[in-house]
Write a protein that binds this ligand. Structure first.
Ligand code: GLN
Length: 427
């Protein structure tokens, strides 16, 4: 794996190596800054449209006050904790205690990092399904944890469109991954990058194993407002006995098209939130104040504005523009039931071995080259999926490129026109 040169005589901490943090991260390699200016960015998952007007306005109003420009309570601003309670109480069937069971964090990422800091001892094992959101790896290893990978299996011999639901866990493989050192399991639903929305039956299997082995469950549900086709989003915290051992993760960035705000939250029982608050307070002290106010205004009004229903319908339309294009190409791809990612099988896309690839993609999986080639020749960027696998299993991910559809309809139509040009490279 290509590593950033480090000429300093002072040795950096080995945790950077264990966390794969020295290899240039995939978001930087395929950053718009590295690609031609006219390349359409369907790579890193962020929107090319603004947060809703009424949410943005709340941010501006917050900046105009004195208090919202200063520190917040490390637990988060009371207005936001109240707004989170309003949205989640009915969904979790609880009367959440805003003092003890809700923690606002600097993005979902920092919240998850703080949970690991609070709960992992050196050598504790954390089970995650592969492919996994890349940040988990560094967040676990930086905190002394050991990632243990359990595969999500795509259907064998898929041709054309197949549902994200066809990516399956094998309960026996999950069971076999559990050891006396297992401390946690991460359940990401809707899933990045697969788009899978775990079914109640699948979550029941995971819940059963978690209870049997006394595991903490990190329910990363940051795409919870983006579930399509009437599919039910089940929160594992609502299954019998699971509230007691689950921390549920949410994100204002995904919910309100504001990924740069870095406002997220954790919900769980006091004995999970309290130690996590202790860690978070020492890591960031508190999250940024004005945008907490804006996120609060957003959550306060979603119900009366039917905002999430409208937004989901818009995302379903965006998804369909790309899936229509992939149908035309005739390549296998995952039709996601949730999140805003589509995995396209690029194994039949041919490119010349001597193409002028940059150093950053050499020595990585075939998909790194394919994504680079597609971005330069077709003019649409995507993310290579081997990045979401451990090194031993990278070959499974190499088959796919991940396209994000969190873009406006015109951009997606334009991207599909370009992607149809892929036909000439398919063998
Ligand atoms: N969650 C976003 C994605 O998967 C971006 C993650 C990041 O840039 N760290 O595309």
């Amino acid at each position: 794996m290509a590593e950033v040169d480090h000429p300093s005589p002072v040795k950096f901490a080995s945790r950077l190596k264990d966390g794969r943090a020295l290899a240039e991260d995939v978001w930087s390699i395929y950053n718009v800054a590295n690609l031609p200016a006219d390349c359409i960015n369907l790579g890193q998952g962020y929107m090319n449209f603004a947060p809703p007007e009424w949410v943005k306005k709340a941010a501006e109003e917050a900046l105009d006050t004195v208090a919202a420009n200063h520190y917040s309570h490390p637990k988060g601003r009371m207005r936001l904790r109240q707004a989170i309670k309003k949205v989640y109480d009915p969904q979790l069937h609880r009367d959440l205690d805003v003092e003890k069971e809700i923690l606002v964090t600097s993005g979902a990422n920092e919240g998850q990092y703080s949970v690991f800091t609070a709960f992992l001892e050196q050598g504790d094992e954390v089970v995650m399904f592969e492919p996994f959101f890349d940040q988990y790896l560094a967040s676990v290893t930086f905190n002394g944890g050991v990632p243990i990978y359990v595969p999500l299996h795509p259907p064998a011999n898929a041709s054309g469109k197949f549902s994200s639901d066809e990516w399956k866990i094998n309960p026996e493989e999950l069971r076999a991954a559990i050891t006396p050192r297992t401390k946690m399991i991460i359940v990401n639903t809707p899933h990045n990058p697969v788009g899978k929305v775990f079914t109640r039956a699948e979550l029941e299997i995971i819940a059963h194993i978690a209870k049997e082995h006394n595991l903490l469950v990190m329910a990363d549900e940051v795409y919870d407002t983006l579930v399509f086709d009437g599919k039910e989003h089940v929160r594992i915290a609502t299954l019998p006995g699971m509230w007691d051992r689950t921390v549920t993760v949410g994100s204002a960035g995904k919910s309100f098209a504001a990924t740069g705000w870095r406002v997220g939250w954790l919900i769980g029982p006091e004995y999970i939130i309290r130690p996590t608050l202790a860690a978070s307070t020492r890591i960031v002290f508190c999250s940024n104040s004005p945008l907490q106010e804006a996120a609060a205004a957003g959550l306060e009004q979603v119900q009366e504005r039917k905002f999430f229903q409208t937004q989901t319908a818009e995302y379903a339309e965006r998804r369909n523009i790309l899936t229509d294009c992939f149908d035309t190409l005739g390549l296998p791809y995952t039709n996601p039931e949730g999140s805003y990612f589509i995995l396209l099988d690029i194994s039949r896309v041919k490119f010349p071995d001597d193409y002028p690839f940059p150093r950053s993609v050499l020595g990585r999986g075939r998909d790194f080259k394919a994504c680079w080639f597609i971005a330069l020749e077709v003019g649409v960027s995507s993310i290579p999926v081997s990045e979401f696998y451990c090194l031993e299993h990278a070959n499974i991910g190499e088959v796919y490129a991940r396209f994000s559809f969190c873009k406006d309809v015109d951009t997606l139509r334009h991207a599909s026109e370009r992607l149809k040009k892929l036909k000439q490279y398919i063998v």
